[in-house]
Ligand binder design. Structure first.
Ligand SMILES: Cc1ncc(COP(=O)(O)O)c(C=O)c1O
Length: 359
């Protein structure tokens, strides 16, 4: 029996793997999810109230153009409202970035390993992924990425900090790289975790995009702001990039709950900064403890840490699971561990200590 003809490009595209839910809690033992780089805190002050108020009207469509949120973002970042495009999480905006730039025959460059959605959205568009290995220190190899540019390159992702390694590219290196990229190739600075950066040498993409029409900045409310479940992200880019993104947005894709919660989150910036500072302190504690146990940990600038475990990856993930902590294994490469609640981090450090002794 024949079946509907589907696009050949879809064959073999890996499906997006979400972080596993927490291990089953048994005998009253707590279980923690450190597998999705989520924020362990409840909504910021005022956010739940805004979402509840919006929920009372969900028989209505949301504001299609996200006008109030766009204005709030424009004011927060000091950019024209026309430079903002919202979407269903930054992964939704990433998919739109592919839609507006690339198709069959085109190439998309990104570091590897990096955010696992890049190969997926690239291949859905029909374009060819060009994966440039991270350097020996788990960082983007910007020289190799520049060397990989051809006349078919349409888009380059720079994930800063990089998921899953937590490493960053600093200002001088990034500017040198941007100067080497042809003006007709779009560079997307994916800054999903930028709020956790405390190194002043790591540039804010919003400063870099201003005089570079081929640079777009991708941001999300899912991580530091703690709205992962509401699905709202955005890009800041010059026209015509931002305008093209608005054209390709799924109509009504950002719910009114998400829009209003995002606006309320922006208003709660002081509380946000406190929470980010607490998570960064906790990250330092975890990294120092791991180093003390003898682990080599790349310097993380995000809310997660990376352990390159190679073939021991699956064993390690099973060991953390037994202790009630779910991490994110990348088979035969390593594990990414979100910095979570203190109790979860302590459980994790207990496993790493034991595992290290048995290596
Ligand atoms: C680097 C990076 N970019 C973008 C995203 C997408 O986040 P969201 O779609 O929730 O905004 C993630 C999520 O894990 C990420 O790690």
């Amino acid at each position: 029996m024949s079946t509907p003809k589907l696009r050949a490009e879809l064959d073999g595209i890996p499906t997006y793997k979400p972080g596993r839910p927490p291990a089953q809690a048994d005998e009253g033992r707590p279980a923690f999810k450190l597998s999705s780089n989520e924020n362990p805190y409840p909504p910021l002050p005022g956010v739940l109230e805004a979402a509840i108020a919006a929920a009372g009207a969900f028989n209505r469509y949301p504001d299609l153009a996200c006008v109030a949120l766009t204005e709030a973002l424009a004011e927060r970042f000091g950019v024209p409202a026309e430079h903002i495009a919202t979407g269903t999480g930054s992964v939704g905006v990433a998919q739109q970035l592919l839609q507006i730039t690339a198709g069959p025959g085109d190439e998309v460059i990104y570091a590897w390993r990096s955010f696992e959605a890049y190969p997926i959205v690239t291949r859905i568009s029909g374009a060819t992924p060009v994966q440039v290995p991270l350097d020996a220190d788990e960082r983007h190899d910007l020289d190799a990425m520049a060397a990989a540019i051809t006349d078919r390159t349409r888009l380059i992702f720079v994930c800063n900090p990089n998921n899953p390694t937590g490493t960053v590219v600093r200002r001088a290196a990034l500017e040198r790289f941007l100067d080497r990229v042809p003006a007709d190739v779009l560079v997307v600075l994916d800054e999903a975790y930028c709020e956790f950066i405390s190194d002043p040498e790591v540039p804010d993409g919003v400063g870099l995009y201003r005089d570079r029409p081929n640079v777009a900045v991708l941001r999300t409310f899912s991580k530091a702001y703690g709205l992962a479940g509401l699905r709202v992200g955005f890009a800041i880019a010059h026209e015509p990039v931002a305008a093209a993104l608005r054209k390709t947005a799924v109509p009504f894709g950002v719910s009114q709950l998400a829009q209003d919660a995002a606006i309320a989150s922006l208003k709660a910036e002081p509380a946000l900064l406190e929470r980010v500072a607490a998570l960064v302190t906790e990250r330092t504690r975890v990294v120092d403890a791991l180093a003390g146990q003898g682990w080599t940990v790349p310097e993380s600038h995000a809310n997660f840490v990376w352990l390159r475990l190679g073939e021991r990856t699956a064993d390690f993930a099973a060991a953390t699971e037994r202790a009630g902590v779910t991490v994110r294994p990348f088979p035969n490469e390593g594990v990414r561990i979100t910095v979570g609640e203190t109790e979860a981090n302590d459980l994790l450090l207990g496993v790493t200590e034991q595992f290290r002794k048995e290596l």
